[in-house]
Design a binder for this molecule. Structure first.
Ligand code: TRP
Ligand code: ZN
Length: 882
């Protein structure tokens, strides 16, 4: 582990590399605790570098150096200088290519940070993004150094029968001592963060895909032997992704082989290494009885995401890590489009917006707020954020909205054509759009450089005499750390008017444009006034349809108007959002009542609105379920100046229960009509049936009704798919239930050999509002299946408790904070990346009351004082305190 060395890296200091590496020839001789790495590099002075006779500075960490040979000459001190993080070689040739051969060894077994080469369940694997390659060998570990790789792997035949790296297999053979070797060659230039190696006892699931040009691609998924019955969905997802990228972006796969390996110990979701993706098992393995509908959907979208990186990330990569959103924002946008096409467009958009508004908006309003393209960092691993990924995707989506489907595609084609094989910047991406479209995007670029969520304040005024509607929109972006004054941004606002019957009213921005049911208003000034003429009756304004920009909308609306939109808006997103605003306003009112000691009463407007929804018949049952879902406690918290977790929980529970009491008949009818046992059925209809049924069950089990408690118990016992089993267990854990203990025990017994299912078991208990949750979490920390070295398990228990259970994590006595900090301090030395990610719930301390603030700050200060604090943890903890 490296110690905190709070050196800040700035975008403005970017300089081209002094040297380039044309070819990389790697040989690995594998052993768990001592792997020998031999690296042969051919280097040249970079013709674009301006410095004369610069030292060759290679990065390296935790390496045991054996030898350095330059053009056949063994170097010794002082020909080279070795520091903790660098190998510096002076006087290398300036006029010609030269060869550097380095031998070093590493210890994968001791690598609990899961960065570089590490061990997971006996399997050796790598994770190099962002800066893990330097933990394998000394190198110019930066994405603008792109090279041709060949890799030879030597290993024990029994322990490592499968030996994989990027590209195509070029040779293999037997060696003495029961060893064998395999060589790989990757014909494409790539940055070292895309390098990968895997070795282990793995089963291969094989299939093929024929591209639109008729090339046959081998598809291989590698898993531990007991998981081979859980790969079919991942394989099918890969084939859908390949076909979609051909159809929608005209992009074909470029190698003859595409491999995916599933690994149990993994810091993130998955990694797009060229031709050899490495995945968290969570995003590969699925069988109807082990994975929920959400799991199935997430697997398909992560498989797609990594596949799409082949063009947006690999063929065209990032010049430096400040440009991370170039590949991540674009690729998230692409995987969102893919999932929207494959499932329900309405549902996908709503789910993405929920994620953005609850989590990214919080990040953008807090002490770690940063632009989509950050301009400074201490540890790049801390910048794989919701802002870079999700807001970055929104920025690409806005370009798509402004340019239209065809204009956007023209820009993409130009981008792929022009920059293929290069490492480029976000500006280059925007340049592709302006070169191919008649649009000025200079102001739009503020989306890359200005942090914070803009707020749109809207007023409308209808004048019946002049038959004109005046709409006023002001924009304002709040200050964020280091950015106190903000400029107005270029914001596309999709907009429409509807009449009192719910029919669209055609309108135009000015008399030169055609009448349309929907318009895109392009805001560029701090304030805009639009006048719409010939509007015969008082219209209802529907604004920010499809959530056309990542902004907050402030517009005073009556509960009746919101209820009207919930029933009549023609845009599926705005219709759902009207319902969310309706229930948010009502719940915030109840929170206020709780804080003032008043009796609670639920507005009949909400009951009537839900009654109306339940009385209709629905095509898309998943969408219907979303309309019936209340905003989460986390979303509600975001709407409050000072977060009161107890009042939020009480108010939301009260609404849930009161709705259930008033709508019991309708909810029961929906439950009974949609409840059936459909194992292995994953079409939209079956998924929708499960979703609406389980939504109804969730409402109903808040009632103290013996029959309904039995329904839940029965559903748990007879479920043949994980969606239904988990939904039943969840309502039994979240509400008082006679069979709660028994079912939790049975579930553990049934699934103890399936780690991903046991993660659900941990997670469910840690997120329960039940009174005993804190004690349960303490007990689970001592459970034999709890393991600090397994990120999925840490996220399941500690992540669910601290991020998915505001009520108990923010317990007034501070025990939740203390528990989290204890774990983070332990994780600091084991896995800094994970430690720093787990810290995020403490960074929002400014949002709570004085007493909680003091408790949270005390824990942050304790964390900062950790001996040998990692850069990762130091950066997040110190920025959140300052
Ligand atoms: N590039 C990966 C993706 O978004 C994610 C990633 C970045 C990652 N850094 C990582 C994965 C470290 C694992 C570990 O697809
Ligand atoms: Zn990605």
């Amino acid at each position: 582990m490296r110690d905190a060395n709070p050196k800040t890296i700035f975008l403005k200091d970017y300089q081209v590399p002094d040297y380039l590496i044309h070819t990389v020839d790697l040989t690995f001789d594998l052993a768990e605790d001592n792997t020998l790495v031999k690296t042969q590099l051919s280097l040249v002075k970079n013709p674009s570098s301006s410095s004369d006779n610069a030292d060759l500075v290679l990065m390296g960490e935790n390496l045991v150096l054996h030898s350095v040979v330059l053009d056949g000459q063994t170097l010794s001190h002082p020909d080279y200088l070795q520091t903790d993080e660098q190998l510096i070689i002076a006087n290398v040739p300036q006029q010609r290519e030269f060869t550097l051969t380095i031998e070093n060894s590493i210890n994968p077994k001791a690598n609990t940070a899961l960065e570089g080469l590490y061990l997971s369940n006996g399997m050796l694997c790598t994770q190099c993004e962002a800066e893990g390659f330097r933990k394998i060998t000394y190198f110019l570990d930066r994405p603008d150094v792109m090279s041709r790789y060949t890799t030879t792997i030597i290993g024990d035949k029994q322990r490592y029968p499968v030996l994989l790296s990027n590209g195509n297999k070029t040779g293999s053979g037997e060696l003495s001592d029961n060893k064998h070797w395999v060589s790989w060659q990757d014909p494409f230039n790539k940055p070292c963060y895309l390098f990968a190696l895997v070795a282990g006892q793995l089963e291969c699931i094989h299939d093929t895909y024929t591209t639109q040009s008729g090339r046959v691609i081998n598809l291989e998924i590698f898993v531990e032997p007991h998981d081979r019955d859980k790969c079919a969905h991942a394989m099918q997802s890969l084939k859908y992704s390949m076909a979609w990228d051909e159809e929608v972006y005209g992009r074909e796969y470029d190698l003859d082989l595409y491999m995916i390996v599933a690994v149990s110990h993994f810091n993130m979701g998955a990694m797009e290494n060229k031709g050899l993706n490495i995945f968290n098992t969570k995003f590969v393995l699925a069988r109807p009885d082990t994975a929920t509908d959400y799991d199935y959907e997430h697997i398909e979208s992560v498989i797609a995401h990594e596949y799409f990186h082949n063009w947006t990330g690999n063929r065209i990569t990032c010049r430096d890590w400040f440009q991370l959103s170039l590949k991540e924002g674009f690729t998230v946008f692409r995987d969102q489009q893919f999932t929207a096409d494959r499932t329900s467009k309405a549902v996908k958009r709503i789910e993405d917006v929920i994620n953005l508004r609850t989590r990214q908006f919080a990040e953008d309003a807090g002490p770690l707020a940063h632009p989509v393209r950050p301009d400074a960092y201490i540890e790049i691993n801390n910048f794989y954020t919701l802002t870079v990924y999700e807001k970055g995707a929104e920025v690409v989506r806005m370009l798509h909205t402004l340019l239209g489907e065809q204009g956007f595609r023209k820009g993409c084609d130009w981008y792929f054509e022009k920059y293929d094989g290069q490492a480029v910047t976000c500006d280059d991406f925007v340049l592709a759009m302006t070169t191919t479209n008649p649009i000025d995007l200079e102001q739009f670029k503020l989306w890359y450089t200005q942090a914070g969520t803009p707020v749109l304040t809207v007023t409308s005024d209808y004048n019946a005499t002049t038959q004109a509607l005046t709409l006023n929109i002001d924009q304002h972006c709040p200050a964020t750390p280091g950015q106190h004054v903000k400029k107005p941004m270029h914001i596309p606002v999709r907009f429409g008017l509807i009449d009192q019957q719910g029919t669209p009213i055609p309108c135009q921005v000015n008399s030169n444009t055609a009448l349309a049911n929907e318009l895109i208003l392009e805001l560029t000034q701090a304030s805009h006034t639009y006048v719409f003429n010939d509007i015969k009756e008082q219209p209802v304004v529907s604004l920010l349809r499809g959530f056309s920009a990542p902004v907050k909308l402030v517009m005073e609306r009556s509960l009746d108007e919101l209820a009207f939109l919930l029933n009549y808006d023609t845009d599926t997103f705005s219709r759902w959002d009207a319902g969310q605003q309706l229930s948010t306003q009502i719940i915030l009112g109840l929170i206020n009542d709780i804080q003032n000691g008043l009796a609670l009463q639920l507005s009949p407007i909400l009951i009537d609105a839900f009654q109306n929804l339940l009385a209709q018949s629905w095509q898309d049952l998943s969408y219907f379920s979303l309309l019936l879902s209340l905003p989460s406690e986390t979303y509600l918290a975001e709407q409050m100046p000072i977060i009161d977790v107890v009042a939020i929980h009480k108010a939301r529970e009260f609404v849930t229960k009161t709705l259930a009491e008033n709508l019991q008949q309708a909810l029961q009818t929906w439950y009974l009509n949609q409840h059936r046992d459909e194992s292995g059925c994953f079409n939209a209809e079956a998924i929708g049936r499960r979703r609406i049924k389980n939504t109804c069950l969730h409402y109903l089990t808040t009632l103290d009704d013996a029959a309904i408690k039995n329904w839940a118990h029965q559903q748990f016992k007879t479920a043949k798919n994980m969606t239904d089993q988990m939904a039943a267990l969840s309502v039994m854990v979240n509400n008082p239930h006679y069979a709660r203990r028994q079912c939790l025990m049975d579930f553990y017994q049934q699934w103890q050999h399936e780690p991903l299912v046991i993660d659900k078991w941990f997670s469910l208990q840690a997120s329960s509002p039940g009174l005993d949750t804190y004690d349960t979490v303490l007990a689970l920390l001592k459970h034999p299946a709890f393991e600090l070295k397994t990120p999925n398990r840490v996220r399941a228990l500690i992540g669910s408790f601290s991020q998915g259970n505001p009520l108990h994590f923010h317990a007034a006595n501070g025990t939740g904070y203390q528990l989290l900090s204890d774990i983070i301090i332990e994780l600091n030395s084991l896995n800094p990346q994970l430690a720093s990610r787990m810290l995020s719930p403490l960074t929002t301390w400014r949002r709570y009351d004085d007493s909680r603030q003091a408790l949270m700050i005390a824990q942050l200060e304790r964390i900062i004082a950790t001996e040998h604090i990692s850069r990762d943890l130091y950066e997040v903890a110190s920025k959140s305190l300052s």
